[in-house]
Design a protein around this ligand. Sequence first.
Ligand SMILES: Cc1cc2nc3c(=O)[nH]c(=O)nc-3n(C[C@H](O)[C@H](O)[C@H](O)COP(=O)(O)O)c2cc1C
Length: 393
Amino acid sequence: MRVRRCAVLWMEPRELAQFDLNDLLAGGTGVVSRLQWFAHAPHLPAPIGIDADAVAVLGETSPTDWMDANVMRQRFGAACVRKLLQAGLLIGSTKPWASQREAEARLASLHWHGLASVWHMASRWQGVDSAQGMIDAGVNSAEGLREKHGAPPAAVLERGGNDGRIGLPASVPDELDALLDARTTCRNFDPQAPLPLAMLSRMLIRTFGARGRMQAADEYDVIKRTSPSGGALHPTECYLVVQRVDGLLPGLYHYHLGAHALEPLPQPAGFDQAAFALTAVSGQHWFAEAPVLCVLAPRFSRNFWKYRNHPKAYRVCILDVGHLSQTLQLCATHEGLGSFVTAAINEVEIEHAFGLHGAIDGPLAVCGFGRRAQAMATYELDPNGRIWPLSKP
Ligand SMILES: Cc1cc2nc3c(=O)[nH]c(=O)nc-3n(C[C@H](O)[C@H](O)[C@H](O)COP(=O)(O)O)c2cc1C
């Protein structure tokens, strides 16, 4: 057998803190910390804790030149080599190691930039309740944030003094200004009001629909959307959690942009949709009640087909999602609906529900829209009173 190291690997020396009763009894703080190496290899489902000897082995093993396994065993010890093979950090050339080898080959075939793939996989959440997390950390209010972190950097940046400033002509606000100014993140959805199907249809075709098509080359179709997209590749797919839409069964759907149609997706056994919606937006109940949630998930391989192993390609995918989100917000505002975007999402649970694979078509954000509630229970930033009447002093 021959052995090599997996191609993409980042070693993290993480400090782990744990409660220690003996330390407390001995007069310490009761919190003892230790350093632990974690190997991030994005073809694996999660980072793996390894010891310093294994770090040295990985540091001395080429990801491209195969080595004889016996030579490796003699040099680094059979037990260590076996453990790293089992973990998938070393790749073996024979049949017993086929699944690790194939997982690595699958990732390589996607043309991820190495560091971007590490970052992407390591920033996915599973089972996170960010709403509760902010309460626990005391940062769920402006006052709490100010107390914890001091004052933020100034909202307005000044370069140079007043003297050289060139005042710009005032413009007369028009309908576009009214639309732009009315967009306000909605955290208060009417928990009963359904969304008319026609409204959902307009939202989808305006934000995600193919507004034009052409063939750039043989078997190379290009579509046009209302948002820009790196390389005109439009890799971002829209997956929907439909909760309350007239004439549409609640469930999970994929938006087919070619046919402007919804594709119902199978639900996992024992699926609780309301619980899933809450988990998807990591416990943010103010978003979970929206009648429609849209998961924005780029098909990375479509972008990476052009931008192969490119250091900017992942950034472009994130920007694409941001553009689609803003288009969605403005379309919703135009319909008189409230809308939101959040990146505080549990990607792993979303992937499971929709049958996605994080490295292939990973969710980056969730948007939602629907009728607003009559009263504001959760804070919304509306200093000009465009959405909520300003209370008189
Ligand atoms: C990328 C992104 C992520 C956001 N994530 C959250 C979030 O997790 N929870 C939330 O309540 N608001 C979230 N927001 C909304 C912002 O808090 C909001 O845009 C900001 O407070 C300004 O208010 P406005 O959108 O009403 O102008 C997010 C906004 C953006 C652009």
